[in-house]
Design a protein around this ligand. Structure first.
Ligand SMILES: [Zn+2]
Length: 249
């Protein structure tokens, strides 16, 4: 929790490793992490565990050297950052995975350097406080919403919504962030279902501008047709499969 406000912030995941194993997180605190031990690798080598958020959280918690950190309370941007750093610490920067070109349907292997991913920091470290709320006025309806950043404990709810009600995910994630709307704390999904589209878009832009995290949209070039396309870095079940062992090759 240093006074980092006036220092230049790191730009990339690699630069955010301010000393070996010590990282300046997107929420702007420094935490120390260690690489996975074999027992933890074995947990994630089990395909069922790799799909299980609780198993991943347990491993992440075990690899947090800074004891005060509760991964369930980490901002979701910090959690993504921690997962990427854990993979870098254990297997290095090179991450290879298979992709399909949307233009010519060719399937090929793409290698991304995780260290090059850009980090977005909170504007102000005070915004990471558990009770911090942001205030935003919807441009069309003129109503004011108080909202908060999402945390590790919200991630499981989001994952369940992604699985059970993908069409309602946008509404659900807005509802999850909501603390109150003009003093009313009991907000139900009808409020967001009936919100004008332009107000919803403005709110999403506000959330995106305030949230911290890692830029995980990457640009991939197809070796077959030469086209480029955007892809969300796959931080899924195979993210912790070791394909290259050596660190810093
Ligand atoms: Zn192609």
């Amino acid at each position: 929790m240093g006074e980092l406000v006036n220092l230049r912030l790191p730009r990339t995941i690699a630069e955010a490793e301010v000393a070996p194993g010590t990282f300046l997180f997107p929420g702007r605190y420094e935490y120390q992490m260690r690489e996975m031990k074999v027992a933890e690798e074995n947990i994630l080598a089990n395909r069922r565990n790799r799909k299980n958020a609780a198993a991943i959280n347990n491993v992440l918690q075990a690899c947090m050297v800074t004891e005060s950190v509760d991964v369930m309370e980490l901002l979701i941007g910090d959690r993504t950052f921690a997962l990427i750093q854990l993979r870098r610490l254990t297997y290095g920067d090179e991450y290879a995975f298979k992709v399909n070109c949307p233009a010519c349907q060719t399937r090929f292997e793409w290698e991304e350097n995780l260290g090059d991913l850009e980090v977005r920091y909170l504007e102000d470290p005070g915004q990471a406080a558990p009770d911090h709320v942001f205030s935003f006025t919807f441009p069309k309806t003129g109503r004011t919403i108080k909202w908060r950043l999402l945390r590790g404990k919200d991630e499981q709810k989001l994952a369940a919504a992604r699985r059970d009600d993908p069409d309602g995910l946008v509404t659900f994630s807005m509802l999850l962030r909501t603390v109150e709307i003009e003093g009313e704390k009991a907000v139900n999904r009808r409020f967001f279902d009936e919100l004008p589209g332009s107000d919803a878009a403005a709110f999403r832009a506000e959330v995106q501008a305030k949230e911290c995290g890692v830029e995980t949209t990457i640009v991939v070039d197809c070796p077959e047709c030469g086209g480029s396309f955007d892809l969300d870095l796959p931080i899924g079940p195979d993210f912790f499969l070791p394909r290259k062992k050596a660190r810093g090759q």
